[in-house]
Design a protein around this ligand. Structure first.
Ligand code: AMP
Length: 436
């Protein structure tokens, strides 16, 4: 039987805010995490962006601080959320204000770099309930003696894997060392393997582990891969696909900051309302860009991985991976920018033919196969390297047959599936039929 929010949360004001947000039922991560977090347990949660994880940690945290006053004297925060990026911190703060809108007493502040210290310092001078911070800026305030952890009850690490990727491990260790050990710790991450698992062990106590299937995308996002010869070929495909009238808003991911600027400029020249977003832009530009994305002034955002974390715009209908992500986890974060709030999304990945192994790694990670699509007249002409002899036949993905230039018939100019939904490990085999 599926749960309702009334089964999970007692606080009437929170329930009212949840209903106002239009949430009718908890998502799987919320059903699993909220009851345990309300009991005060430590949690290590493996969940993706788009799963509803923000509410999964904010709702119980707000319910707990609303239920009783702090027994500790002082003005320090009772809940601290650490996030890897400014955008994600701002997103979490917006959500906290949304869920806490009927708590007139609630004071929150987001401590992020790129914005002035003045406002943050003034907010910290009075009692505060919830701090959302990036590790660097929090450390700055700690060094200035502005952070009092005496009242801290709950520490939340959001996207812990990304924080480690960004080199925040030492900051996190220093921050947690300065906190009361009698606290609740909730760690959310796309993966709990490797370094993040070690960190989780070190900072939680008897944590309950919750795994939300990473392959789950609720069928809301259609994913496909287009193989290309080179960057010029990618540009031709992108031009073709952007003329698709069904695009409401799109995010295009590139691997470098320079590339975001070049591609956004090129698209702007072609008449698209395109803008770039990357970490070297001043914070006020970044904020303005995100606002313009939200209010629809920007149709195409060209972004790097880090800058795009935390983008939550419901009208993003398409995500393009112009360059492949460096890590398979990034693929999941990228495509999570579309298919938000129950809508249908389309995620299109461009991969150079020689990069098919990287696509294969992504497929292994997400535990599903990406549909290969070609556009007639724009097929790749380069061939994939033949399979290595030692690979057992028919076992490892794109095995024996080299890529055939024109494996399938198709209507002129229409995208067509070149290889769709074959069971994992099935050898690639050109067939005369056109896929769906
Ligand atoms: P997150 O994974 O926290 O980034 O959330 C992804 C999106 O889902 C956000 O737009 C949330 O507002 C939305 N959301 C979170 N929980 C629910 C829910 N129970 N029902 C509908 N939408 C939700």
């Amino acid at each position: 039987m599926s749960l309702s929010f009334h089964d999970l949360i007692e606080d009437k004001l929170l329930l009212r805010a949840i209903a106002d947000a239009g949430y009718t039922a908890p998502t799987p991560v919320q059903s699993a995490a909220i009851p345990a977090a309300l009991k005060g347990e430590d949690l290590c949660v493996c969940a993706q962006t788009g799963s509803g994880k923000t509410a999964a940690f904010l709702l119980p945290a707000l319910a707990r601080i609303a239920a009783r006053r702090s027994e500790q004297a002082g003005k320090g925060a009772r809940v601290l959320v650490l996030t890897p990026t400014r955008e994600l911190a701002q997103q979490v703060e917006e959500n906290a204000k949304l869920y806490g809108k009927y708590f007139k007493w609630l004071r929150t502040v987001s401590l992020v770099g790129g914005t002035s210290y003045g406002f943050q310092t003034r907010m910290l001078a009075k009692p505060i309930d919830l701090i959302i911070a990036t590790p660097g800026r929090l450390m700055d305030h700690m060094q200035q003696g502005r952070i009092d952890f005496a009242r801290l009850e709950t520490l939340i690490l959001d996207e812990a894997d990304r924080m480690l990727d960004m080199g925040f491990i030492d900051d996190i260790k220093k921050i947690t060392a300065a906190m009361p050990s009698e606290r609740q710790t909730l760690l959310f991450s796309a993966t709990l393997d490797g370094a993040v698992g070690v960190l989780a062990k070190g900072i939680t106590r008897d944590a309950q582990r919750i795994d939300i299937e990473r392959s789950e995308n609720h069928g809301k996002i259609d994913e496909s891969v287009y193989y290309c010869d080179d960057i010029r070929h990618k540009h031709r495909l992108l031009d073709y696909l952007l003329r698709d009238t069904a695009i409401d808003q799109a995010v295009i991911f590139t691997s470098t900051k320079v590339m975001t600027e070049e591609l956004a400029d090129a698209l702007y020249e072609k008449g698209y309302a395109a803008q770039c977003l990357h970490g070297d832009m001043p914070q006020n530009w970044r904020n303005r860009t995100l606002r313009d994305l939200h209010n629809g002034r920007i149709k195409i955002l060209v972004a790097t991985d880090v800058a795009a974390r935390g983008i939550d715009a419901e009208r993003i209908s398409h995500v393009f991976n112009f360059d492949l992500p460096k890590q398979p986890e990034d693929y999941v974060h990228r495509i999570g920018r579309t298919g938000r709030a129950g809508r249908h999304g389309i995620a299109i990945t461009f991969a150079e033919v020689r990069d098919y192994v990287k696509v294969h790694k992504i497929e292994n990670y997400i535990k599903r196969k990406l549909a290969e699509v070609e556009i007639e007249g724009m097929e790749p002409t380069r061939k994939r390297a033949p399979a290595k002899k030692r690979a057992p036949q028919g076992k490892k993905g794109f095995g024996g047959k080299p890529f055939d230039k024109k494996p399938f018939a198709g209507k002129s100019g229409k995208p067509r599936r070149a290889h769709d939904g074959a069971p994992k490990g099935a050898p690639r085999k050109p067939s005369g039929k056109r896929g769906g």
